[in-house]
Design a protein around this ligand. Structure first.
Ligand code: MIC
Ligand code: SF4
Length: 651
């Protein structure tokens, strides 16, 4: 029987477990990437493993998130990361070189390889035919040390593309359509594989926009075939030798096939406050736009920037709109300078931000009170922009550029009526390439001493899971709680290397009293427990959303359902992830109730449900857990680091 692309890559990489749907399999990781906001913890944990050099084919450490440098913290972290990279054989991508996913695609991504990244948008690499997966920093550290990465053998969903995008309709509109179909919940354990005749009409950056935002659906990853278009892209990056053909066999099977006719799509937007709230641009109407931000790992490629530049050529920014552009990499900036695009963007009135995450993570450019902000990024979670009252819409670069000119939400197809022609962008035959912002480990001479400034603290160690968790529901939350709700990034992100300080901001967006209440419960000797609705832990890979709760004495999270990366992070840090056996029991619990979760170890052995007693309400109900034997052992050992030390597994 023929194989699809996912099956081909997995069969080359599975080292442990059987390729059966729903089973846990351990895969070999060829490449890793980290970014600075998740990287410091990942490398502190890697150091604790005592491995002399990384064992992957390639590991890259990017500086792209914490580049604001108000105070010493960011710069300290950068220096630490540079010294770790030099010591352990890791490529270091300096601040200014660009956003990790964009740069990885340009310079290192290889079809058919596996990539594990400590960032949820690592699947951007699927645009080049890689199996690129986002994970917590600790899982990436294990992979760098030569350990396996564990996933659920996926359900493989084919998204069959036919037709061709019309003018003014973009790759972003494709993924917004996918989000409309699949929503942001209920897709855990699935992978999207794109196929069909429409694929060849999409360039690599367009494909990468689509795989990037698959993360918002909660799938493990998304992947495109590696074909002639991929070959041309790699050739233009002077990397033709990295190309292999990777296409599904004619008779490949899928768990589900969904058809999308590209020629039927129209400009779309995700409305506040979820990438899953999908509307058409037309239906939103001509509302005033206060801010337009173009960039982020979703839409900051050469193609995106040149499209915007050509739309804005000879135009000026509307007087009531603020406009920022952050090209995705140094390579993108240099190429749009060479090809004349930079001038049009600057001349139109853009404020040029450095090639970094910046506005996307609320680390700059927070909009004004109550603003309508149009962004080409991938997440519009409540409060993420740094302004709680702002309404953030996610759109294509074309729709964003239209709003720059008109100052209003505008269907970009209407620009034709203003005499603006749709720009057909041709990808360069050869990009202007300069790798001087990488520090390659081969170039580092002599012994390296690790630099540890005052911002670098030791990661706290988890405790072994107790047989009885007895404590208080510190917080009860609803559906779709994101990691941005759990622990904000933005201006607080500079404390990533200082867990006690960063923990002060836990659930700040949801309930500013959380930290004090959790501290009091912890100090009284009781456990903290979180109760949540559907799809808890959506969004980022940030392991601080588990690490800081662990530090504050949270022992269990009881939810209707949980997202993949967050659940793995909870296990890595010894927090028990539980699900309601019957979702209705969620309604019977109130915040501040006292719960008792007992006989956990017996349940792990017998495989039976865990009984949760609500002492306050004098009721009890069943909780399920979807844990492999390996995950149970990790929890009982007190998290992954302790598990590695205890079992002395050979990584
Ligand atoms: C995000 O987009 O939310 C981030 C910031 O890139 C995170 C990583 C982090 O929190 O450091 C992600 O996507 O994993
Ligand atoms: Fe950076 Fe935003 Fe991409 Fe996250 S989603 S990696 S913050 S650009």
């Amino acid at each position: 029987m023929g194989k699809n692309i996912v099956e081909k890559i997995l069969s080359d990489h599975i080292i442990e477990g059987k390729p059966e749907k729903g089973a846990e399999v351990g895969i070999r990781i060829d490449q890793t990437l980290t970014q600075d906001a998740t990287g410091t913890m990942a490398y502190l944990q890697f150091e604790a493993m005592g491995v002399p050099k990384v064992k992957t084919e390639l590991s890259v450490s990017y500086i792209d998130h914490n580049t604001v440098q108000i105070g010493f913290e960011n710069a300290d972290d950068h220096k630490y990361l540079q010294s770790v990279a030099a010591k352990y054989g890791i490529v270091y991508s300096r601040a200014g070189n660009g956003i990790c996913h964009q740069v990885q695609l340009e310079r290192f991504g290889k079809p058919g390889k596996t990539l594990l990244g400590s960032d949820s948008h690592t699947p951007t690499g699927g645009g080049i035919g890689m199996m690129a997966i986002g994970a917590g920093g600790l899982d990436v550290a294990v992979a760098m040390a030569g350990g396996l990465f564990y996933i659920t053998y996926p359900k493989i969903i084919k998204i069959n593309l036919t037709g061709k995008l019309n003018s003014w309709v973009a790759a972003k509109d494709v993924i917004l359509k996918v989000l409309e179909i699949f929503t942001t919940k209920g897709n855990v354990g699935c992978m999207f594989e794109y196929g069909g005749p429409g694929v060849r009409t999409l360039s690599v950056p367009e494909r990468a926009t689509i795989t990037n935002m698959g993360a918002e659906c909660g799938v493990t990853t998304s992947i495109f075939p590696s074909d002639e278009v991929t070959k041309e892209f790699l050739k233009a990056q002077d990397r033709e030798d990295d190309w292999i053909e990777l296409i599904a066999d004619e008779d490949a099977k899928y768990d589900k096939v969904v058809d999308i006719d590209l020629s039927k799509l129209i400009p779309m937007a995700a409305t506040p406050h979820s990438p899953g709230n999908i509307s058409t641009v037309k239906d939103i109407g001509k509302i005033n736009v206060d801010q337009v931000c173009i960039g982020s790992c979703t839409n900051s490629s050469y193609k995106d920037m040149m499209t915007v530049a050509n739309i804005l050529k000879g135009q000026k920014l509307s007087s009531d709109t603020s406009f920022v552009v952050a090209p995705g990499s140094k390579q993108v900036i240099e190429n749009i300078i060479h090809d004349g695009g930079f001038e049009s963007i600057v001349s139109a009135g853009a404020r040029i931000a450095e090639s970094a995450c910046g506005f996307c993570i609320g680390n700059s450019q927070s909009p004004k009170t109550g603003a309508i902000s149009l962004r080409t990024s991938n997440r519009n979670f409540f409060g993420r922009s740094g302004t709680k009252s702002a309404e953030v819409y996610l759109v294509s670069p074309e729709t964003a550029a239209a709003a720059v000119i008109t100052g209003k939400f505008t269907d970009p197809r209407d620009l034709e009526n203003m005499g603006i022609k749709y720009p057909e962008i041709k990808m360069p035959d050869r990009f202007y390439i300069d790798d001087s912002m990488f520090i390659f480990p081969e170039s580092v001479k002599g012994e390296t001493e690790i630099y540890r400034g005052p911002n670098i603290g030791d990661p706290p160690v988890a405790e072994p899971l107790k047989n009885k968790i007895s404590g208080i529901v510190t917080l009860k939350v609803g559906d779709k709680i994101t990691t941005d709700h759990i622990i904000p990034a933005g201006s607080k992100m500079k404390y990533r290397s200082n867990v006690p300080k960063y923990s002060e901001f836990l659930f700040e967006v949801v309930d500013p009293t959380f930290y004090d209440r959790a501290k009091e419960i912890k100090e009284s000797g009781k456990d903290n427990i979180i109760v949540a609705g559907l799809s808890y832990g959506q969004g980022s890979s940030r392991e601080h959303a588990a690490l800081c709760p662990m530090y504050m004495g949270i022992k269990a999270v009881l939810a209707k359902s949980m997202e993949r990366i967050h659940k793995a992070n909870l296990i890595n840090f010894g927090i028990l992830p539980l699900n309601f056996k019957d979702e209705k029991d969620y309604d019977s619990i109130d915040q501040a109730d006292e719960l008792e979760i007992s006989n956990i170890k017996e349940a792990f052995i017998s495989g039976k449900n865990i009984v949760v007693k609500n002492i306050s309400k004098k009721t009890e109900f069943g909780a399920t857990y979807d844990l492999s034997d390996r995950q149970k052992e990790i929890l009982l050992a007190g998290g992954t680091l302790s598990f590695i030390k205890k079992t002395q597994i050979n990584i």
